[in-house]
Design a protein. Sequence first.
Lengths: 227, 694
Amino acid sequence: MTEQTKEQSGVTRRDFLKVTSGVALGVVVGGVLYKLIPLGDGTVAYAASEGYLLVDAKKCQGCATCMLACSLAHEGVENLSLSRIQVLQNSFAGTPNDLSLVVCRQCVYPACAEACPTGALHVDESNGNVRTIDEDKCIGCLRCVEACINETSGVAWNPEEIHSQKCDLCADTPFWNEQGGAGGKQACIEVCPVSAILFTSEIPSEDIGYEVNLRGEAWASLGLPTD
Amino acid sequence: MNGHMGKILRVNLTSRQISTINTADYEEWYGGHGIGSAIAFDLIDDWTIDGFDPGNVVTFMTSPLSGTIAPSASGRTEVQGIGVQAYPIAWFTRSNFGGRFSGMLKYAGWDGVVVEGAADSPVWVDIRNDEVQIRDASGLWGMTTWEAQEEIWRQVGADNVKDWRQIGSGRDSGRTTQRPAVVAIGPAGENLSRTACLLHDAGAGGGQGGFGAVLGSKNLKAISVLGTGSVQIGDPSALLDARIWAKNNYAMDLDNLTDGWTQLDFSDPVSAGYFGQGPLAPKVGRPSGCLGCISACRQRYETGQGNESICVEAVFYIGYDIMRHGQPTAANNIAADLLNQYGINAYEARTMLPWLIGLNAMGVLGPGMEIDTDLPFDQLGSAEFADVYLRAIAFREGKLGDDLAEGGARCAERWGRLDEDLASGLLDYAYWGLPNHGYDPRAELEWGYGSILGDRDINEHGFNPLFWRPTGDIAAGIEPYYSAELVATIYAEKMIPYEGDPLMVDYSTENMYSDHWAKTVAWQRHYTRFWKQSILYCDWRWPNFYNPYAPDDRGITVEGEPKFLNAVTGGNLSFAEGMELGRKIWNLDNAIWTLQGRHRDMVHFPEYIYTVPYPAGMSGPSYYLPGRENGNWTYIDVAGRVMDKAKFDEWKTKFYTLEGWDTSTGWPTRSTLEGLGLNKVADKLEANGKLGAS
């Protein structure tokens, strides 16, 4: 980050992040993350989320309690198909390929928001810039579902209420008595029996940064692998 | 009732008709075993029929908690029907398997499945939300349980967008990332082996009762379900709060693991498995838990060998593996997988083997001997031997397969050895021609009493912490974590409605035939019939009497059971009211056994329980349980004990008196049944000349 760039755009040095070339830059101006900043070369920037979920998929015990908590907190019902976190398993496969843990990455460049034609899927500045869906604006085109860069889409389609839905870091959980969002608690983290999900406010790096090793001495003392 | 989806699937395989039972018609029974027994009583008229008769009805039941975040209560399925395994009468019995089948059934919109009749060719039932098809299973017949499930996965919901499978067509028809939940039979069931089990995913087995063979006799290979719907919850925020409360106060704390032996309940940590570990054994990868479990008891491995196996399928062969190889190897994991794939009850496989080895050592069974066999005993401990042995049972292969497939009791009967081997205990089959679970009647009193007064090896571990913790601590040379007096006090506090009597867990010989023990057994029968087999709290985590994480050492039981049920249903059933429902269900079951031909004179253990001192062995040479000696609470080593036949017979009278059953027959009486609202049950008993005299 050079002095010249700072003078041009007024950004501070500290929060500048270049994710990949040709993709958006998270940019801070005067301490406030701007929603959309055209950078002249055709790319746009979205304000970076103030919260991310990191997972240790090797620690996951595949109980889907996170999924049950998610649909319960958000929808008030139990339904794995409505969960905004997904655990996929194959009972017959060898570890670690027997299980994948799919969480929304709150991407710095959210392809889902980019794909949304109505702005339903947007960055919510009043909620830590979490990428979330305004249900009233959703027209049910499912482009967000297809656009998600995860192999398994992090966006769920709700056929009962007719709108897409995705992880909002529990910003809007009418059926949970706790404060959620980037500044609060997440139901999946609170219930996970093995603490396989971790919240961070630091932007993870690319793909690998979202996977962490949360297994320590206690895990090893139980005879389970920590590598 | 919130938590109910409102309809039970009824499949008649003879007519291939699919219909619906209204769950509301059975709502008073709540779920699981209660609904299963009530439906079976309504649908079966002649209770003397054989389990293989097409008139046998098999029920698969969920509970209001299935598919919800209730801890270790979401994933289990209760199976019931006339069994084919027990001897001499194969009682109306139950099995139960974990995993995710019950949750998926609820998401598909069903509270259970009732199967009647028999198909004239192999079929499987394909449930996708409210679309149900009986499909041709000729392509699946002959497959192992694993192969059949993987093939069904290929066929069901293969279309997907970014891993979200679509059910039906159209944007709103429902989608899921989950694979179908399938319960299947293997070759053992297809070949009508009385040892045949049900198998779901890699290791969730419904082992007891021979339900694999019952389904085989119906030509039913599998039931598959894929669901995308919602379970309505009475008080969602209370349910979520309750789950977090349970985790924070009673469950494994990785930052503060307690020492000592497992308790087999809520406080247990996830474990690395029952298989041996070492350089030659497959390496464990992760713990693997059923839907909604508070602390997983299963595992998956790097090689996939032994996936989701625990308990007896993981240990039935381990001794032989270690004996042969000097350390655990993959042979043990392979043996477990073969058992699950062929679909065999682990207890039969485990308990017949030392009997065969013993007969071989006696010169009775072997190549060219009186019982001629080609079983390669010289390869015992290898994966190859395990395969030959298990294939014999599943495929009726080899010279002995046809006999072994009948299960240990009938096999011994065919060989003219039943009386002799039950007198010596060489055939360690402790109740109703069924394998001794290991928590022996001579030691672990509630287990033997409950099993012989019921229909099967109870497989209910609620009192085993009383044995495991002190036995492990004493063997390690340390003071037991909890004193005998404290554990007796805590158990007594929680055994509502008989609370306040610590002698209910005094396992001393002086006390073992007392009225206190009649109450203990009644308590456990009623608790398990309702809270565990109807509401489906998992046996590996519930009940929880004492808990090292709780500041006052008191576990989650009594408060926990109703808390989750009421959050889901929106009701306010108390623990005691649940116990009373358990008593009702237990009485209905005894009425059914009475119609099947039960009489108190046949309620006896095999001779070795009365004459051979208990040799222990579960955890070394001792078996410690709490009890009083000279008025003082202590841990007593009950190894070496026998059950006194005459005293046991007298004790039965105490139990029947407590339950309000005719003491001369063991049959329920009209006043007891009518007091439970079971008037029509009393009528049926009377019509059959089987009503107990008041």
